[in-house]
Design a protein around this ligand. Structure first.
Ligand code: 5GP
Ligand code: MN
Length: 329
């Protein structure tokens, strides 16, 4: 993998590096943030790690998670300090949530590092590598190009990203290079079995109860399997955290379905749509068309409510995509 030269130059020459990941961070977003942040902290640079949403409790086993701050610091760094904002795993500026403030960021160049094919190239420098299985994989190469030694903490966070986005090395893009990168991270001290266990074998009872409710609403329409998570279900089980990614991944293993979707009602009435597909079907373009983004087999978007309206917009587009792609076979 070739590291974008301008990304190396911008980060090398900056004295202040603000690193930010996307809203509702997943295991790659948070692993990438902490992995790069921990590496950069070994240099004389001033490093600030930003996550637009609170770091979910499920990541509290990762080194330095408590050093991550919420949205942007009160004041921008003084001009002349050579600051850059490095965005990780974000396909578009709206993925930065409250951490995107054009006025605050005036004069601070953005280095956009991401692996989503739907990336909108919103930075001054854009290193977008859709062939990478995780943003964390790109960062292993970046850290090497910056001549920063890979320590155990950084390697642990980066392997967390790799394991999360490959669902434990099970996605079809898991090739020899990915496993080589994983071995490098393990040699640097990253504990693979521990991370795999934390990522896949731990979930709160409330989440499982929420899935039980959602699975009762399961509907198969053609080759599309969908379900919903409502605020009412959340109140009934007393669980208000995320957990739809695990649910839609589980649904995606159903033999009769080529595409799985979970429509989740948010507190503000908007609907978060999580889509998955089995090999050979692309859901990213439908998500992109609706203002979201993602990967071929895992994508999402957020739409206005109510639930019925969001379904009425998404399902016909997915049926069309399924038919168009089936005809291509
Ligand atoms: P998930 O379904 O796990 O939330 O997300 C699957 C993939 O779609 C991830 O790569 C995530 O970054 C992307 N994604 C999910 N929701 C959105 C969204 O609202 N906007 C964009 N641009 N990408 C999204
Ligand atoms: Mn990712």
């Amino acid at each position: 993998m070739k590291v974008e030269k301008q990304a190396i130059e911008r980060i090398s020459s900056a004295q202040t590096v603000l690193v930010v990941c996307h809203v509702a961070p997943d295991g790659d977003a948070i692993g990438s943030l902490l992995g790069l942040g921990t590496a950069l902290e070994q240099t004389p640079k001033h490093v600030t790690l930003i996550c637009p949403d609170p770091v979910p409790e499920e990541y509290d086993h990762l080194p330095r998670w408590e050093t991550v701050i919420g949205p942007l610091p009160e004041r921008p760094p003084p001009s002349g300090q050579g600051a850059v904002l490095v965005t990780l795993d974000c396909s578009a500026p709206d993925r930065l949530g409250k951490a995107y403030d054009a006025q605050w960021l005036a004069g601070i160049p953005i280095v956009n590092i991401d692996h989503h094919p739907t990336n909108t190239y919103f930075g001054e420098v854009n290193w977008v590598e859709p062939s990478a299985v995780a943003t964390a994989q790109m960062l292993v190469h970046l850290i090497e190009a910056l001549h920063i030694p890979l320590d155990a903490d950084s390697a642990t966070c980066l392997l967390h990203g790799l394991v999360s986005d490959t669902l434990g090395f099970r996605t079809p893009n898991t090739g020899v290079e990915v496993l080589r990168t994983a071995i490098r991270l393990m040699e640097a001290g990253a504990p693979l079995p521990y991370l795999t266990d934390r990522i896949f074998n731990h979930r709160p009872l409330g989440m499982v109860r929420m899935w039980t409710h959602a699975l009762q609403e399961l509907t198969l329409e053609g080759h599309i399997l969908f379900s919903e998570v409502t605020q009412r279900m959340r109140r009934e089980v007393g669980y208000d955290q995320d957990g739809d990614a695990g649910l839609v991944n589980f649904m995606n293993a159903t033999n009769e379905a080529d595409i799985a979707v979970v429509f989740s009602e948010l507190e503000d009435g908007q609907i978060n749509v999580s889509m998955r597909s089995t090999a050979r079907y692309d859901v990213s373009q439908v998500a992109f068309q609706l203002g979201g983004g993602g990967h071929t087999q895992a994508a999402g978007c957020t739409l206005p409510g109510p639930l019925a309206d969001a379904k009425a917009r998404v399902l016909p587009l997915l049926h069309q995509a399924w038919h168009a792609q089936s005809l291509q076979r």
